[in-house]
Ligand binder design. Sequence first.
Ligand SMILES: [Zn+2]
Length: 148
Amino acid sequence: MLNLLPNHIEAIQEHGEHDYPDECCGLLLGEFLSNGNKSVSEIYPISNAREEQHKRNRFLIRPAELLRAERYAREQDLEVVGFYHSHPDCEARPSGYDLEHAWPTYSYIIVSVREGYAADLRSWELQADRSQFGHEELVSAKEVELCQ
Ligand SMILES: [Zn+2]
């Protein structure tokens, strides 16, 4: 389960809309909780390093940018708990490329951006055997309040 605030979701949606028709990507900074859940406390947008013609269907984070983000996270006493990226005019489910490049335990948020507007947003987690992604429950603080 991934806990995050409504403004984190909005930030991801806005980044996806801003970079449309290219894919956007970024990191989810926060902490791994003792119960196996993760909580996000900050969204860290980064630029997509793919060549122009490939930006629409896959994302790549340059190692230098990842290192910079990890250093920033450490300074804030946070950890990288996952990644997010957009799927322009495609469903919010991981592609074969996403599966090949995923690591276990991290959360992978995908936002579908249809004709420039953010639509479906889902979080995914690689299954233990790495054969496929499983849907990860997203809980935003607003929903938690509504449940109480
Ligand atoms: Zn993807």
